[in-house]
Design a binder for this molecule. Structure first.
Ligand SMILES: Cc1cc2nc3c(=O)[nH]c(=O)nc-3n(C[C@H](O)[C@H](O)[C@H](O)COP(=O)(O)OP(=O)(O)OC[C@H]3O[C@@H](n4cnc5c(N)ncnc54)[C@H](O)[C@@H]3O)c2cc1C
Length: 400
């Protein structure tokens, strides 16, 4: 038996023994395990699951063990992911620190920054948010104006960030700030870490159409931030920002299937809401066709993801693929949302009412929330511009 096979068996046995039954199955919005200074848990089982995974470093399985991570090789991490999927285990911890800031720190951080921040990410001690966008700088991110003035041993930050996911709940924010106006706009940007308890930081929630308030606007008013909070070189934050965006898009291409997952499939729900023949065939051909099309696309996306992973293991990955996968994955998720709500008919209009079951309420909210996924992390139009230019080598269009 190969070492990897032995690892698989060991992992499978450990998960079966240590993942509480309630922590298996599709994760509901109320069941997500978040980190934070004042961390709370949705249930005692959730706490137990988090603590067991944290102690093995498996909240961040690919981080080096010296920073409290799992120290798993890419192949082992894939095995862990597969075994977790097999049991339908809920994520033991969810945070932007894990998949976005952590990898950027591993690539660009100083030894002190890694030792300070990575173990806290693994152990869920702090919650992180991302301060990139500004009212005048979204797609055109390099136009950002939030200013950081060099005051010797610290920077003085003034300005605002908007659309900051989980800005209200977070403890720290990783930000792009303008430290110079000389030269092209991509130069003169610095990547900096800010404790949101620093005097002068104010956060205002923004409501979303889905009924949740996951967004915020963050204001900086003479906020003093030590210079050793800069990640990478001063004025060279664009390089860090781009690398982090790569990780963000990869994360977004692997989004969960929401209402679906575990044993619930789209054809099952179609049979429930539309009906099926004695042979088990969905009765309406238009839905049959649309569902088959969606399932085939999902299969193709899944297989491409698998192939890319294998190529990454062999260090032969095409770096354009995550870009394409973010576009395809989020777009197909919206196709699924539309189909689901359409099939449910009036039952797909549930909000907060006893007449609707949990799946129906979630389907409505997911339809609304997931609209945002083709905007966040780079809009579809921008993604297509980048794919056209970088992956396909096409000439620039009039608006790109
Ligand atoms: C759910 C969600 C979470 C987010 N979380 C965060 C976060 O945590 N931190 C953060 O910093 N930001 C976050 N954002 C902001 C996100 O990055 C921006 O919304 C996004 O980059 C688009 O910027 P904008 O909203 O300013 O739109 P704009 O850039 O003003 O774009 C408006 C429209 O014009 C189109 N457009 C713009 N330029 C071009 C072009 N050159 N060619 C073709 N079409 C173009 C766009 O595609 C879009 O349809 C989040 C957004 C969402 C929806």
């Amino acid at each position: 038996m190969s070492d990897l096979d032995a690892f698989r068996l060991e992992t499978r046995a450990w998960l079966e023994e240590n993942c509480p039954k309630s922590q298996r199955g599709p994760v509901t919005p109320d069941g997500v395990i978040w980190p934070g200074r004042n961390q709370t848990f949705p249930s005692e089982d959730a706490r137990l699951w988090f603590e067991r995974m944290r102690d093995k470093g498996w909240t961040c399985p690919d981080y080096p063990a010296e920073y409290a991570g799992g120290g798993l090789s890419p192949a082992e991490e894939k095995v862990l992911r597969e075994e977790m999927q097999r049991l339908n285990c809920c994520p033991p911890l969810t945070d932007q620190g894990i998949g976005m800031l952590g990898p950027a720190l591993l690539e660009f951080g100083t030894e002190e920054q890694k030792a300070e921040h990575l173990p806290k990410i693994v152990r869920g001690e702090l919650r992180w948010c991302q301060g990139y966008s500004e009212p005048g700088a979204g797609s055109d991110l390099a136009s950002l104006q939030c200013k950081a003035e060099d005051k010797g041993d610290h920077f003085l930050i003034n300005g605002t960030k908007i659309w900051t996911s989980y800005g209200v709940e977070s403890d720290w924010i990783f930000c792009l700030v303008r430290t110079s106006n000389d030269g092209p706009k991509q130069e003169g940007i610095t990547f900096i870490l800010v404790d949101m308890e620093t005097p002068g930081v104010k956060v205002k929630a923004i409501d979303l159409i889905s009924g949740a308030s996951e967004f915020a606007q963050v204001f900086f008013d003479d906020v003093k931030v030590p210079k050793d909070h800069v990640v990478g070189e001063i004025h060279k934050g664009w390089t860090v920002a781009k690398s982090l965006l790569k990780h963000e898009r990869k994360m977004m291409s692997e989004l969960s299937k929401g209402v679906l997952g575990g044993t619930v499939t789209l054809p099952d729900l179609a049979k429930e809401y539309i009906g099926c023949s004695d042979e088990g065939e969905i009765t309406q051909p238009l839905y049959r066709d649309a569902i088959a099309h969606h399932e085939m696309n999902m299969r193709a996306i899944g297989l491409t993801g698998y192939r890319t992973h294998q190529e990454a293991l062999a260090r032969k990955m095409d770096t354009n693929v995550p870009l394409i996968m973010k576009y395809l994955g989020t777009s197909e998720l919206q196709v699924k949302d539309e189909l689901l709500v359409d099939m449910m008919g009036v039952r797909g209009l549930g909000w907060k009412d006893e007449q609707f079951n949990e799946n129906e309420e979630r389907a409505t909210r997911e339809l609304l929330f997931n609209k945002a996924l083709t905007i966040a992390g780079g809009t579809n139009e921008i993604q297509l511009n980048i794919i056209a230019k970088r992956a396909l080598g096409l000439p620039k269009g009039p608006h790109s």
